[in-house]
Design a protein around this ligand. Structure first.
Ligand SMILES: Nc1ncnc2c1ncn2[C@@H]1O[C@H](COP(=O)(O)OP(=O)(O)O)[C@@H](O)[C@H]1O
Ligand SMILES: [Mg+2]
Length: 320
């Protein structure tokens, strides 16, 4: 559905040049749901704008649904829905009029666009809101309307740029539910961007991590975590003897971090096998005469992956 090679965008403003996208290669198969994950300024929107033919690449090439984005933009646009960052709707319009207008823009007949609008409003829980003005909608409702607008032409490919940004966790989960339901219903390919690690982790089947205009990793979330980050075991042991703790721990664990704790020492250690390693660690300490008073295992997160790949925490950057 998408094939990009060396896709590059450099912006020049006066004397300043910004290498927004630095030669990315990416393939998306029909039916996939792919999340581009990266901090602000990583180049996510610029990439989407090139793939949707809105922005001409400085270098490289991309085909979407088999058509070159530079030489065949009309064919590309006819096959996709694009929901950009921020809201596309006219604030004073009614929900139903927005959808009908969108249908007219695509050259649909009134019979077809009315049918589709009714269908999408029902599917996206907008039915009771059809006479409401866009400006009166909540953030989550507005984004659902955006999704409906993007689907009026029944595109085989849907792009959504940060669809969940600014929504509370409940609305985000709700929107993802709708996006995946729409994808099943229409058999669409979906490409979306997000800077939320947790939703990329739990919802996306494939995550393309992008930073400073480059793709730095591309795999399923569990594969990324297995490859780039360790799970962490945290134990509290009833001893102050750090050297004895280190000596007692089984081989094959990652870095060991010891800190003072009321009950003795807190031990943090990385492991590829996660919670499965915990009993063996506790047993090894017990054999060495060191009792464990509490223990927990934390699975690696996509933030650990991002941290290990870039040396920066995406969670902290997003919070900042
Ligand atoms: N029209 C533009 N002119 C100049 N710089 C731009 C323009 N659009 C984006 N940029 C810059 O390109 C970089 C990538 O931006 P963007 O693709 O919007 O990132 P993201 O969507 O991941 O937050 C940023 O440094 C941004 O400031
Ligand atoms: Mg963006």
């Amino acid at each position: 559905m998408i094939r990009a090679r060396g896709l590059t965008k450099t912006f020049s403003r006066r004397k300043e040049t910004v290498e927004a996208v630095k030669g990315i290669d990416v393939d998306v198969a029909e039916g996939e749901l792919v999340a581009f994950l990266g901090p602000n300024g990583a180049g996510k929107s610029t990439t989407l704008r090139m793939l949707t033919s809105l922005l001409e690449p400085t270098a490289g090439e991309a085909t979407v649904a088999g058509y070159d984005v530079v030489t065949h933009p009309a064919q590309v646009r006819a096959r996709l829905g694009f929901i950009g960052q921020g809201n596309g709707g006219g604030f004073s319009y009614k929900v139903v009029d927005e959808l009908h207008n969108q249908g007219r823009f695509y050259g649909l007949t009134p019979q077809v666009y009315k049918e589709r609008a009714a269908d999408l409003m029902a599917a996206l829980e907008l039915g009771s809101l059809e006479k409401r003005s866009v400006q009166s909608l909540s953030g989550g409702q507005r984004r659902r309307l955006d999704v409906a607008l993007g689907l009026m032409n029944h595109p085989p490919l849907l792009f959504l740029d940060e669809p969940t940004t600014g929504l509370d966790p409940h609305s985000r989960a709700n929107l993802w539910g709708h996006i995946t339901a729409m994808r099943e219903r229409y058999g669409m390919t979906v490409v979306l961007t997000t800077h939320y690690l947790d939703e990329a982790d739990s919802m996306a089947e494939r995550v393309v991590v992008i930073d400073h205009g480059e793709i730095i990793a591309d795999a399923a979330p569990h594969a990324l975590k297995r490859r780039y980050a360790d799970d962490t075991l945290t134990l509290v042991v009833a001893t102050d003897d750090g050297a004895a703790v280190r000596a007692a721990l089984p081989d094959g664990l990652g870095d060991v971090d010891l800190t003072a704790h009321d009950a003795g020492l807190q031990v943090r250690v990385g492991t590829a096998q996660g919670a499965d390693t915990l009993p063996a660690v506790i047993e090894a300490l017990r054999v060495a005469g060191i009792p464990t008073t509490s223990a927990s295992a934390r699975q690696a997160s996509l933030d650990d992956v991002f941290l290990n790949l870039t040396g920066r925490s995406l969670r902290e950057e997003a919070a900042a």
